[in-house]
Design a protein around this ligand. Structure first.
Ligand code: ADP
Ligand code: MG
Length: 701
C-alpha cells in the first residue's frame, strides 16, 4: 500500500522512536513534512574528478579514502588541529585540515571512504592540494551499501541534519518515501500551472530532492530549477492567497463611516503645530478616505524615523474623536506607551480630549478607575500596553485603534482587541521602515501608507565611527556641543533579559560621566526601571534644558523629541541592531542645527564592520532596513520575540523577492476573480488544512 501523506513518520521503515524524536524536534511529524524538508544545497557527484584532476581555486566534491590522520596541539577540549591525508584511484594526495577538529579523529580513521566538499587550495609549504574545513560525508564501502547509488554518481541533495539524523540518512529516508507514495494532489490553479509551464507537484517534489542528471548544479544552488521555482512560487502563492482572503474578508465586515466635516478639518488644523509636509498630507488623505469608507480600515503607516508619523496618528485620532468615538493607542512596551502619552496628551488636551494611560504599573485601584472611565466613555483616548487588551477592558464606543510597532503583537491579540468594539478602524504604525518583501509577507493583509519625505530643513546627521579607546574624542565633541548651548544623549545597550544589569551599567556610567568627565555639566539619567513619575521628571528636565546630557538605556529609542539635542553618543554600538541604531540616531537632527552621531564600538567582526559602515554612509531608513535584513536575516530583523514571520519551507524572501512579487500578483487576481466559486472554496479549504497553522494565517475563510 502506498504511504499516505499524513502517515506518522514512525511507520516509515528506518525510523524508530529515537529518530522519530529527533525529526519531531525539527517539526517533522508526517510523511508530508519530510517530503517538504528540502535540501539547502546540492553537490554534483555525477562525474567526479579524481584528486589528480583538481585545480586550486575550484569548488569540488571528491570521493576519497583516509590514508592517515593526526591531531596536533591541544588534544583535550577538541582544541587541536586535525589533519588528514586522502587518496583515491589516481593515487594523488589531498590534504584536509580542521582547526579545533580533534573530534574528527574518531570518524576519519584510515581506510574510511568519504565525500569531501569544499574549495581547493594549494599548500605551497607542503606542495600539496588541500581543503580547509571541507564538508564531509562518510560513505560506506561500495560493497556493503545498498544505497550507494543514492549518494554517489549523481547530483546529491544536502540536508540540514535533524539531530543525529544526518544528511545521508535523510537522503535514504526521503528517497524511500518518494518510491512509496502515490501521486500528490496538485492544487495550484490550472491556469497558473499552464501559463507558467510548471511541472506537476509530484514531479517537482521528486526532482527538488533528486534532480535529474544534466541539471547544472549552480542553477540548483541558486534555487532556480523549474521544480524549485514552482515550489517556491507555490509556497508564496498560498501565503499571499491567505493574506488576500483575510484582507477581502475584513473589507466585507461592517465598519464605521466617519464623517469628514468642516469642523473635523478645523480641529485637525488647530492640532497642527506646523505646516504638514506633502507626504504627511497625502498619507492623511489616504487614511481619512479609508476611515470615511463604510468598511473597516486595516492600514499600515510607515515612514522613516523623524518623518512625522506621530502627528499623522494624532490627526487620524481627531477624525474618530470628532465623530464621537473613542481611540486606543497601543504600544509594545510601557516605556513606549508612556512616551506616546507624553507627546500626544498635550496635543489632544488642547482640543479638549482627555487622555488616559493604562500600563502594567498602574495600581489596582487606578486600573479599576481607568477601566470605568473607558467603559462609560468619559475618557475618549486610552494609551497603553497589552494591559489595554485584557478581557475586562471595555469601551463605550471604540472607533479607532492605533497600534505602534505591530510586529511585536501576535495577530490574535490584534483580533481580540478589534472585537471589543464594532469593528473599529485599525492603523498600524511602524517605527522601523520595512523592506518591501517583508511588508508583503508580514503585512500582506494591510493597505500601506508611506511617508517618504522628511520635514523641511533637516540636515544630514554627521555620523562617525570610533573605537572604545577613542571615546575621549567623543566626549570632547559632546562637551563642545554643550558649551555651544546644545544638548546630547549618551546611550548604553539594553539586553531585554537583563535590564537590571543594563540599568546598573547606565547608573555607573552616569556616575562616571557626571562626576569625572563632565563635573560641571548637569547630567540626567533615564532607564526602564524608573517609575513613571521619575521617567517623566527625567524627560522633562532634559526637554526644558535643565539637564544638558541625558545618560540613557534604549528607552529613548522611539518618541523622544528634543530639537535642541545635537549629539547622540552610542556606546557598544555593535550590540544594537542596525535599524535600532538608525532609530537612536533619529533622536538628534530634529532642529535646525548640525547634529552628530558617534558610534563607539568595542569588538567588531566583519559583519559588524559592514553594519557600522552602512550607518555611517546612509541616512535612509529603507536602505538601512534592507541591509539589516540582508545581514541578519528575516528572523533576526525584528529582534527576537514574536516576529510573527511565517517560517517558509523552500521560499526565501531574501533570495526570491522576484518570485514573491509574481506569486502575490497571481494570488491577488485569483482571489479577486476566482475561476469559479467552487475553485475558491476549495482553495480556502486547502489553505486552512495545509498552510494555515504554519503561516499563522489566523481566520482565513
Ligand atoms: P516619527 O515618529 O515618524 O519618527 P515624529 O512624529 O516624532 O517622527 O516627528 C519628528 C519631529 O519632526 C518632531 O519633532 C515633529 O514635531 C517634527 N515634525 C513632524 N512633522 C513636521 C512638519 N511637517 N514640519 C516640521 N516639523 C515636523
Ligand atoms: Mg514617533
Amino acid at each position: 500500500m502506498p504511504l499516505a501523506l499524513d502517515t506518522a513518520l514512525t511507520y516509515v521503515k528506518g525510523i524508530g522512536p529515537a529518530r522519530a524524536a529527533m525529526l519531531l524536534a525539527k517539526g517533522l511529524e508526517t510523511v508530508e513534512d519530510l517530503l517538504q524538508y528540502f535540501p539547502f544545497r546540492y553537490e554534483d557527484r555525477s562525474n567526479l574528478k579524481s584528486i589528480a584532476e583538481l585545480a586550486p581555486g575550484e569548488q569540488a566534491t571528491v570521493i576519497a579514502e583516509v590514508r592517515s590522520s593526526k591531531v596536533s596541539g591541544f588534544r583535550r577540549r577538541n582544541l587541536g588541529l586535525f589533519e588528514a591525508e586522502f587518496t583515491d584511484s589516481s593515487r594523488a594526495i589531498l590534504l584536509a585540515k580542521w582547526f579545533h577538529g580533534a573530534y574528527m579523529a574518531d570518524r576519519l580513521t584510515p581506510g574510511t571512504r568519504v565525500a569531501l566538499f569544499g574549495k581547493i587550495e594549494f599548500d605551497s609549504y607542503k606542495g600539496e592540494l588541500q581543503m580547509m574545513h571541507p564538508e564531509t560525508e562518510l560513505l560506506g564501502s561500495d560493497e556493503d551499501d545498498d544505497d550507494s547509488a543514492i549518494h554517489t554518481g549523481r547530483i546529491v541533495p544536502v540536508y540540514e541534519a535533524a539531530g543525529k539524523v544526518n544528511t545521508r540518512a535523510l537522503r535514504v529516508l526521503i528517497h524511500r518515501i518518494l518510491q512509496d507514495i502515490s501521486e500528490l494532489e496538485d492544487r495550484l490553479p490550472e491556469s497558473i500551472r499552464t501559463h507558467l509551464r510548471f511541472p506537476g507537484r509530484t514531479e517537482a517534489i521528486r526532482s527538488v530532492h533528486f534532480p535529474a542528471s544534466g541539471m547544472p548544479v549552480h542553477i540548483l544552488n541558486d534555487f532556480r530549477s523549474p521544480a524549485q521555482f514552482r515550489l517556491i512560487f507555490e509556497e508564496f502563492f498560498w501565503l499571499e492567497c491567505g493574506l488576500e482572503i483575510k484582507r477581502q474578508k475584513a473589507r466585507l465586515m461592517p465598519g464605521i463611516e466617519f464623517q469628514l466635516t468642516d469642523r473635523v478639518r478645523e480641529q485637525i488644523k488647530k492640532l497642527l503645530p506646523f505646516k504638514p509636509t506633502g507626504a504627511q498630507k497625502r498619507v492623511l488623505k489616504e487614511i481619512a478616505e479609508d476611515m470615511a469608507h463604510p468598511s473597516p480600515m486595516n492600514r499600515l503607516l510607515q515612514g522613516d524615523v523623524g518623518s512625522g508619523k506621530t502627528i499623522v496618528a494624532a490627526e487620524s485620532a481627531v477624525i474618530a474623536l470628532e465623530n464621537g468615538y473613542q481611540v486606543v493607542i497601543l504600544a509594545p512596551t510601557e516605556i513606549l506607551a508612556t512616551q506616546h502619552y507624553f507627546s500626544l496628551k498635550p496635543l489632544l488636551e488642547k482640543l479638549g480630549y482627555a487622555v488616559a494611560l493604562l500600563t502594567g504599573s498602574n495600581t489596582a485601584r487606578e486600573k479599576v478607575k481607568i477601566k470605568e472611565l473607558l467603559r462609560s466613555g468619559l475618557v475618549p483616548v486610552a494609551i497603553g500596553t497589552h494591559a489595554l487588551i485584557e478581557k475586562d477592558v471595555e469601551f463605550a464606543r471604540l472607533g479607532l485603534v492605533v497600534i505602534d510597532e505591530q510586529h511585536r503583537f501576535g495577530v490574535m491579540q490584534r483580533f481580540q482587541l478589534v472585537q471589543k468594539g464594532i469593528t473599529p478602524d485599525v492603523l498600524v504604525m511602524t517605527a522601523t521602515p520595512i523592506p518591501r518583501t517583508l511588508a508583503m509577507t508580514l503585512y500582506g493583509d494591510l493597505d500601506v501608507s508611506t511617508i517618504d519625505e522628511l520635514p523641511p530643513g533637516r540636515r544630514k546627521i554627521v555620523t562617525k565611527h570610533l573605537t572604545s579607546d577613542q571615546v575621549e574624542l567623543a566626549y570632547s565633541a559632546l562637551k563642545r556641543e554643550v558649551d555651544n548651548g546644545r544638548q546630547g544623549y549618551v546611550v548604553y545597550p539594553v539586553i531585554e533579559e537583563s535590564e537590571t544589569q543594563a540599568m546598573k551599567a547606565a547608573q555607573q556610567m552616569y556616575e562616571h560621566l557626571s562626576q569625572e568627565v563632565f563635573p560641571d555639566v548637569p547630567v540626567g539619567l533615564l532607564h526602564g526601571r524608573l517609575g513613571t513619575a521619575e521617567k517623566e521628571a527625567a524627560m522633562q528636565a532634559f526637554k526644558s534644558g535643565r539637564t544638558k546630557i541625558l545618560v540613557s538605556t534604549t528607552v529613548i529609542e522611539v518618541g523622544v523629541d528634543v530639537p535642541n539635542a545635537t549629539m547622540m553618543l552610542i556606546e557598544q554600538a555593535e550590540r544594537f541592531g542596525l535599524s535600532q541604531l538608525h532609530q537612536l540616531r533619529g533622536r538628534v537632527g530634529r532642529g535646525g542645527e548640525q547634529s552628530y552621531c558617534m558610534l563607539i564600538t568595542e569588538k567588531l567582526n566583519d559583519t559588524g564592520k559592514e553594519r557600522i559602515r552602512t550607518l555611517v554612509d546612509s541616512q535612509d531608513g529603507f536602505v538601512i532596513a534592507e541591509m539589516d535584513l540582508k545581514l541578519r536575516g528575516p528572523g533576526e530583523f525584528f529582534g527576537t520575540k514574536q516576529s510573527g514571520l511565517p517560517s517558509l519551507r523552500i521560499a526565501n524572501i531574501l533570495r526570491d523577492p522576484d518570485i514573491l512579487v509574481a506569486a502575490r500578483h497571481e494570488a491577488r487576481s485569483f482571489v479577486e476573480h476566482p475561476p469559479s466559486r467552487q475553485a475558491f472554496a476549495e482553495a480556502v479549504e486547502y489553505i486552512k488544512n495545509h498552510w494555515q497553522r504554519r503561516y499563522g494565517l489566523v481566520q482565513v475563510g
